[in-house]
Design a protein around this ligand. Structure first.
Ligand SMILES: C[S@@+](CC[C@H](N)C(=O)[O-])C[C@H]1O[C@@H](n2cnc3c(N)ncnc32)[C@H](O)[C@@H]1O
Length: 336
């Protein structure tokens, strides 16, 4: 199934217009509560941000405004919606960094998610011991994501990576709920790839959730690659604590991952900078076996001819940063 381009944009614009409206309401409420003016808030942002960071916020806002203008006046594509959501998330992160907005607790940690994930686990009809282990790992990951200690360690690690020349956005933390992951893994192109066998590989595996789900829920031989040592160490600790076999969690740049036996590659690419995304795209085109499928957050891979120009399957599903995250599945057809 392919989600088609739509025109004109009312229907497609609705999700991000709702988000923008919510963000504006939130901002207005904060202004009212703090009895501040826009100028005061902007002044606080200016104090907290370097000139370069401010310039990038302004560029992002201008780009977001262009997308919204386009949505109101012309055709809206999913790519444009995704671009607007990315800009919005970027501006929000900068505002949090500046102290203008408070850091929000990741919405994937609430009870509604726990119930949805539990129902998704039950839908698999696993042997009881396996289902229990999967549930235990899901709630241990949720507890970790709730913990202030986790977030302060992550902040320190991200800060160190940026001081060493990395791009802050590339290391952004986020999580994909189990129920969302299972919907994507159950899509026809992924079911077909799984039936042919091979390894499941996650690029940007963070605390290891998506890798561990692959093994525990579907019995896949699973590998993850995460560049931040603290996150990779937590992933390995979670694997070891629950004695999960046939899983590898590497603290290695995903550009060094071997792919010759991969049947599914899951790219946690939402916040990666353009240079990393380009390099990953070239690596996939050069190294994947024919028929392998790639899951991505958004449709940037449509620009790579090796992936057929359009996703084979797409859906908008819940993630920790958005109710409407777009997931795209591509098949790699070129190598033989
Ligand atoms: C959005 S997070 C992962 C999201 C998560 N797996 C989920 O459940 O949605 C993206 C991850 O990519 C990692 N990353 C960035 N550059 C990388 C690279 N070159 N190799 C491996 N991981 C990288 C970041 O450190 C970050 O943990």
């Amino acid at each position: 199934m392919h989600e088609s381009r739509c025109s004109p944009g009312a229907e497609r614009a609705a999700p991000f217009c709702t988000q923008l409206r919510a963000a504006a309401d939130d901002f207005r409420a904060r202004l009212a509560a703090q009895d501040s003016t826009y100028e005061e808030l902007a002044g606080r942002a200016a104090e907290a941000l370097s000139r370069a960071a401010l310039a990038s916020v302004l560029t992002s806002l201008a780009a977001a405004r262009d997308v919204v203008d386009a949505a109101l006046t012309a055709d809206v594509t999913d790519a444009r919606c995704d671009a607007a959501l990315r800009q919005l998330a970027f501006v929000r992160r900068r505002a949090v960094a500046a102290g203008v907005l408070p850091a929000q607790q990741a919405p994937c940690t609430d009870d509604a998610d726990a119930k949805t994930d539990a129902a998704a686990v039950r839908s698999l009809s696993l042997p009881p011991a396996q289902a229990d282990k999967l549930m235990t790992v899901i709630s241990a990951l949720r507890d970790q994501e709730r913990s202030p200690e986790f977030h302060s360690a992550l902040r320190a690690e991200t800060h160190a990576a940026c001081s060493a020349g990395g791009d802050a956005d590339t290391f952004t933390f986020g999580s994909t709920p189990f129920a969302t992951w299972l919907i994507v893994m159950s899509s026809p192109p992924l079911a077909e790839a799984l039936s042919r066998g091979g390894e499941y590989v996650v690029f940007g595996s963070s605390t290891g959730a998506l890798v561990l789900y692959g093994r525990l829920a579907l019995g896949l031989r699973s590998r993850g690659y995460e560049i931040l040592p603290g996150l990779a160490a937590r992933a390995e600790a979670m694997r070891a604590a629950h004695d999960i076999d046939n899983v590898e969690l590497h603290c290695v740049d995903c550009l060094k991952a071997p792919l010759s036996r991969a049947c599914i590659v899951w790219l946690c690419s939402l916040c990666w900078d353009a240079a990393l995304y380009d390099a990953v795209q070239h690596k996939l085109a050069a190294e994947l076996p024919a028929g392998a499928v790639v899951v991505d957050y958004g449709e940037r891979l449509s620009a790579a001819p090796a992936f057929g120009g359009t996703p084979m399957w797409t859906a908008r599903l819940r993630a920790s940063w958005s109710e409407q995250q777009r997931f795209c599945v591509y098949r790699y057809e070129v190598n033989t």
